[in-house]
Design a protein around this ligand. Structure first.
Ligand SMILES: [Ca+2]
Ligand SMILES: [Ca+2]
Length: 389
């Protein structure tokens, strides 16, 4: 991970920084017998259901502590300690074929501090690691529902190549779950707009309860054009931040009068808040516009970035556009033409020299309002789901 820590422009690196974590599910999966796909319900009432720890100082155990149990009298606890470059994780070895018909993975989860959580599916080698993540507010049980189509191939410098480039559920041999905030410890600094990065320390715990692997038809990832990016109708937030902001779903009674991502933070010179969403799992070929509704309490200047995939690299080339929002707490429709974004010279150079929407990796917004040196002010942003056209 030392190579990672020397890089700047941190956040774009997140999806590919997790090699160490992604590798974990491969251990303990020696069985070659095929299991018939059937629903799996894990309550943790009688056992740890086969989950094991991975990483220095990580422990997985059944807890009966009432504040750590969602249902019944027991739940799973992953206890881990923040060590730079380490990813304390809970791993569930999977028998070959067991998830062949996976339709949905759902569970209750609670973190003891606010952080993003990553879930990784590991194929039998040679195969790929597929991951997805979501936001987890401190000390609140939340219900997470994931579909195979949420997962995207990790294509970092140290990730294995997947020979067929697609998620083969019947080849999945392990599932890993971890606090993605552990990746923030080794992030570098962005020289252009230094982002606020929460670097948590010490011991933490993630609790899991009622984990369901639900089988069904249509289990293969669907690759059609998505209706939305960052769908705030979902039970979990798929936007994340590296720090400095409180993220929540605002279902109603907000300026844009529809479910929205609400971001509370401070606009401060030299310490910028960024919000990020993966695009790796979405097929956005042929789109020319992104539209959304947005509102802000204060006048806000947001740098919007689209990052391209660059397999084998930590960071992809990125393109940016300044989006200005008046500080009137009213809804403003924005329609962003992809052609208006310009290559960011601070990022990796782009061999193609053009923004190809067929291979996008992430979208992000960084609030740079205070870069003109104005005094710090608290701000709230509300952002709808983003529609590709
Ligand atoms: Ca339980
Ligand atoms: Ca594959």
């Amino acid at each position: 991970m030392s190579r990672v820590s020397k890089r700047t422009l941190p956040v774009w690196a997140i999806p590919t920084m997790l090699t160490a974590l992604a590798a974990a599910p491969a251990i303990g999966c020696g069985s070659s017998k095929r299991a018939a796909p059937k629903d799996v319900h894990q309550t943790f009432e009688d056992s740890d259901e086969g989950w094991i720890p991975f990483g220095t100082d990580a422990q997985v155990e059944v807890t009966h502590e009432p504040t750590q149990v969602k249902d019944g009298s027991a739940a799973l606890a992953l206890r881990y300690v923040f060590h730079p470059g380490q990813y304390g994780s809970a791993i569930l070895p999977i028998e070959q074929g067991q998830l062949g018909k996976l339709n949905r993975l759902q569970f209750w989860i609670k973190a003891d501090h606010t952080t993003p959580v990553i879930v990784i599916l590991s194929e039998k080698q040679p195969g790929g690691y597929y991951s997805t993540w979501f936001w987890c507010p401190a000390d609140a049980w939340q219900h997470v529902e994931l579909q195979p189509s949420d997962f995207a191939l990790d294509e970092g410098p140290e990730d294995p190549k997947d020979p067929d480039g697609r998620l083969d559920l019947d080849q999945v041999r392990g599932i890993g779950l971890s606090d993605l905030g552990q990746a923030f410890q080794t992030l570098g600094r962005d020289v252009g707009y230094p982002l606020i990065i929460d670097r948590a320390t010490g011991s933490h715990v993630l609790n899991l309860d009622d984990v369901d692997f639900l089988m069904g038809e249509a289990s293969a990832p669907e690759r059609g054009r998505p209706k939305s990016i960052g769908n705030v109708d979902r039970s979990v937030l798929t936007w994340i931040t590296t720090g400095g902001a409180e993220l929540r779903r605002s279902l109603s009674q907000n300026p844009i009068n529809e479910p929205a991502l609400e971001v509370n933070y401070e606009q401060t010179a030299g310490r910028y808040v960024g919000i990020f969403h993966t695009l790796s799992n979405l097929d956005l070929r042929g789109i020319s516009k992104l539209s959304f509704k947005i509102a802000a309490k204060n006048d806000s200047k947001l740098m919007m970035y689209l990052e391209k995939k660059q397999p084998g690299s930590l960071l992809g080339p990125r393109y940016s556009l300044l989006v200005e929002i008046p500080g009137d707490s009213r809804a403003h429709e924005r329609q962003i033409a992809i052609a208006d974004l310009r290559a960011d010279p601070a990022g990796p150079s782009d061999i193609d020299g053009k923004l190809d929407t067929g291979a996008l990796k992430s979208i992000s917004f960084v609030d740079i309002t205070a870069s003109d040196g104005r005094p710090s002010r608290k701000n709230t942003l509300w952002l709808s789901s983003i529609s590709p056209h």
